[in-house]
Design a protein around this ligand. Structure first.
Ligand code: 26Y
Length: 869
């Protein structure tokens, strides 16, 4: 039995030295002065790792002994960011390590920056998974995350001298990864291709999934959870027969092919059309995870499979892991010899599904051809699920059709449904829909037609005769619960994408409003504010009980308190400005209003609308007299975010923002009244610096498009005011903070469809300020004149673009809200009062609350606290 690592600073210092010497291989003679920060970081990390592993082993052993129900969070993405400070803080060893490191001549803050960001995710969905496993550990909930150990994470973004986005590989493992424990003894075989003979699958290709465990510390608990990530390897290190035949290159090629599966994260958070490798990745990690969990179950309970739903639940994070429905069926039927009905009953009780988007192009549909070739046995299973599912609905549908015919006798010829509008981006990706070639199609059986809307396997509307597997439908049918991620979103999915399914099984549909971990997103990233909160509330337990923040409300009008509150924000702004100066060379004043929009670049998120408003502001400044200029409220506007590499319009938006920055920041007329900065390579690390410094954040998606948003919650916690639409979780934030304290504008979700379908055609109500801004994009004020024409067209010229996301009709009200922002900012006491109310009202958005709801209302998993040793 190993001794618990010491927490005494001098013992920790000795431990760091030991690790520097024997793990990093740095001779102690070089300490303190001869070592670079990266080496020292690795020594410190190796030391912290010992504490983590110690508590990790105790937790996992205890859980294994108690055998409670486990939740397995299946996610293709975990956007973890850095681990050092999070681990040290969660273990409550910050002072210890600060002191130990200081005595060696370094400071923890500098070492922190030597760590690579673990960017195994695109954006919101991946970061949510990271917050969730943090909360699971903190709440002592027996559960693991399961995902992929990508060799290359989210690409690094560089901005070239023309303002254009460049994508560079994210080589995050080059210095090793002290936060993972390789498990060469935990491997599973994963099959692909091949054939099925009498329900028996003989894969044509097999790879190995190797486990890496990543300990996840909870806060103020000895519990350390686990994120198990899978790496793909060849089954045999090399094909020896190929060597013997002298085919050295073939043997090496085989190895590379296997490794390709876990090589790279798909850097696209909206569309990825029919990419076989992506499906391969999905099946790879789902199969490994299910095999692992099923083996663990079997070791305890043998063949008592009816007990599985009482011992395990798998939460599927969006459609990416939904092949789990077919894989669990296969494992139970083919490997464990259960009959179909028994297996189906168990599957339906063991899986649950979260939807994160209503954008049709992000709901995965795999061509039957692709899925059937890669996973022939699973295709068979999905076919049968689809058949049985539709059969079970026949009577109901028949009754419905008869009812309908009674009320409304069928006309000789059915009217053709109106063509559905889709955004330009989606059209470009998918191609135009196939036109009906012959209008005189054979009359479809009305029952067949009514059944088809429930079909898991459907015809591609864009390509006649091409069959697709609708993965979201497969998940809905195969799950015990389906949830959206904010109240409005959960409502919308019941009315739109899952309407027919909702009507059949309303009890299945739930809401679980997202949350974020208050440790990383308040306590750790904003130490100044955290200290003031602790001092004011008289307790430091609020990060585990975030509703305690309501205790700040009574101080919102206290002028002295406001002053302290403002001073912290100002300090954070100065820190951010220094970081921006170091990374981009741009000098920022620290007194102006800091206005920030950070998220993936998307037309629906409307960074474009933001930059258009800045362009107009710039125009106003340029045309104002020196006297008038004095009335402007100085602003620093900051953008950050990556565009998917093939997303044409998003890349143009990145370039426009950068171009505007180049002009505005160098214009002597403007001086410190307006700055526009695009921070390159926005990631978790940037977020931790930007959010505490923000005074205004932009949550301005077209109503009905942003499922939830989670940065809105992080900003709120850090006392940042919101300008935004009534969309996603903004609505619930407004409820907690008081709508009058947000700057709300724009159409709401109920008005959007009507505008798109009918009003848009005759709408000509362009605000002259909008016209002016568009003109400046067109006329070369920011260079790249030709390049920006179609960006201008996309929201203005209805023949060329359709302004699907309502930039033009929302613009005037957006400017009105912006004027309101300026007005309130002039009254610093009022601004600060609101800022305090934001933080005070953010308790609901702790991911601890979200995870408690999942545990109680879907998972049926209860805390199993590990006794402290
Ligand atoms: C199909 C594949 C290419 C794909 C890959 C990643 C599709 C979608 C995604 C990522 C989606 C995502 O990040 N969605 C966001 O999830 C957040 C957490 O629930 C929400 O807050 C946010 O509104 C939503 O856009």
């Amino acid at each position: 039995a190993s001794a618990k690592p010491s927490t005494d600073p001098s013992a920790v210092q000795a431990d760091v030295l030991q690790n520097l010497e024997y793990v990093v291989g740095a001779p102690s003679s070089k300490i303190p002065n001869g070592l670079d920060a990266s080496s020292v970081y690795r020594g410190v990390a190796a030391s912290v790792r010992e504490h983590l592993i110690d508590a990790f082993n105790r937790t996992q052993d205890y859980w294994s002994e108690k055998d409670p129900k486990f939740v397995y969070y299946l996610s293709a993405e975990f956007l973890m960011g850095r681990s050092l400070m999070n681990a040290v803080q969660n273990l409550e060893l910050t002072d210890t390590y600060s002191q130990a490191v200081k005595q060696l001549g370094y400071d923890l803050e500098t070492l922190r920056d030597a760590e690579q960001n673990a960017a195994l995710g695109n954006g919101g969905l991946g970061r949510l998974a990271a917050c969730f496993i943090d909360s699971m550990a903190t709440l002592n909930l027996p559960g693991w995350g399961y995902g992929i150990r990508y060799k290359y994470g989210m690409f690094k973004q560089a901005i070239d001298e023309k303002g254009y986005q460049q994508e560079l590989p994210d080589i995050w493992l080059s210095n090793g990864n002290p936060w993972e424990i390789p498990r060469p003894d935990i491997t599973f075989k994963i099959g692909f291709y091949g054939s099925v003979d009498n329900f028996k699958w003989s894969p044509g290709e097999t790879v190995l999934a190797k486990a890496y465990d990543n300990p996840i510390p909870g806060f103020k608990t000895p519990t350390v959870g686990n994120l198990r990530l899978w790496e793909a390897l060849p089954v045999a290190e090399f094909d020896l027969s190929a060597f013997n035949e002298g085919k050295y290159d073939k043997a090496v090629e085989e190895r590379r092919k296997a490794e390709d599966i876990s090589a790279v994260l798909y850097p696209n958070d909206a569309t990825e059309y029919g990419k076989e490798l992506r499906l391969k990745q999905q099946f790879f990690f789902v199969s490994a995870s299910l095999q692992d969990a099923v083996a663990r179950f079997k070791a305890k309970h043998g063949d008592n499979w009816q007990l599985l739903p009482e011992k395990a639940v798998f939460q599927m994070n969006d459609t990416h892991p939904t092949i789990a429905v077919a894989e669990l069926m296969r494992l139970l039927i083919d490997e464990q010899s259960l009959d179909w009905d028994t297996a189906w009953g168990i599957t339906q009780k063991t899986l649950a599904f979260t939807n994160h988007t209503v954008m049709p192009e992000a709901l995965e549909k795999w061509p039957v051809k692709v899925l059937g070739k890669l996973l022939p046995r699973h295709m068979e299973i999905i076919d049968k699920i689809d058949q049985i599912w539709k059969d079970s609905l026949k009577e109901k549908v028949l009754a419905q059709v008869e009812e309908m015919h009674k009320k409304n006798p069928p006309k000789p010829k059915a009217a053709k449904p109106l063509k559905k509008e889709v955004p330009l981006a989606a059209k470009a990706e998918a191609g135009e829909p196939a036109e009906d070639e012959d209008e005189e199609e054979e009359e479809e059986d009305p029952v067949e037609a009514a059944l088809n809307k429930y079909g898991i396997i459907t015809e591609n509307p864009w390509e006649k005769g091409v069959k697709l597997v609708n993965m979201a439908y497969l998940a809905v049918v195969g799950s015990k619960a389906v949830n959206g991620v904010a109240a409005i979103h959960s409502d919308i999915i019941k009315r739109t994408i899952f309407k027919d399914f909702y009507e059949l099984a309303p009890h299945k549909f739930q809401n679980k409003t997202n949350g974020v971990t208050p440790r990383r997103w308040l306590a750790w990233c904003n130490p100044g504010l955290a200290a003031l909160i602790t001092e004011t509330l008289g307790t430091d337990t609020w990060p585990n009980d975030l509703n305690l923040l309501t205790g700040l409300r009574k101080h919102a009008d206290d002028k002295e308190f406001q002053k302290k509150w403002r001073a912290i924000k100002h300090e954070n702004k100065a820190k951010l400005a220094a970081k921006i100066k170091a990374r981009t060379g741009v000098d920022l004043p620290t007194d102006p209003l800091y206005d920030i929009q950070i998220k993936r670049i998307h037309e629906y998120k409307r960074q474009y609308m933001n930059i258009l408003s800045i362009i107009y502001r710039y125009h106003q400044l340029k045309t104002a007299s020196p006297e008038e200029r004095k009335k402007f409220v100085p602003r620093v506007t900051i953008f950050g975010g990556k565009a998917a590499s093939a997303y044409y319009m998003a890349k143009k938006i990145v370039r426009l923002i950068n171009r505007v920055g180049m002009v505005v920041n160098n214009d002597p007329d403007v001086k410190d009244l307006l700055k526009v900065v695009f921070v390159p390579d926005y990631n978790v690390d940037w977020a931790e610096a930007l959010i505490p410094a923000a005074e205004l954040c932009q949550q301005i998606s077209t109503a009905g498009t942003e499922a939830s948003g989670t940065s809105n919650m992080k900003f709120q916690m850090n006392g940042c005011l919101i300008i935004g639409t009534m969309d996603g979780a903004n609505i619930e934030i407004a409820e907690e903070v008081g709508k009058e304290n947000l700057f709300i504008f724009g159409m709401d979700e109920s008005e959007v469809p009507a505008w798109r379908e009918s009003k848009r055609a005759e709408w000509k109500d362009y605000d002259p300020r909008f016209v002016k801004a568009i003109e400046m994009v067109r006329d070369g004020t920011f260079g790249d004149k030709e390049y920006f024409q179609d960006l201008a067209d996309s929201v203005y010229d209805m023949k060329k673009g359709n302004d699907w996301f309502l930039v033009a009709p929302d613009f005037a009200d957006y400017l009105r809200a912006q004027e309101e922002v300026d007005k309130v900012y002039l009254d610093q006491d009022e601004w600060t009062r609101r800022s305090i109310l934001y933080t005070a009202g953010s308790g609901f958005f702790s991911s601890d609350r979200t995870i408690k709801q999942y545990a109680d209302e879907i998972w049926d998993v209860v805390p199993v606290p590990v006794p402290s040793s």
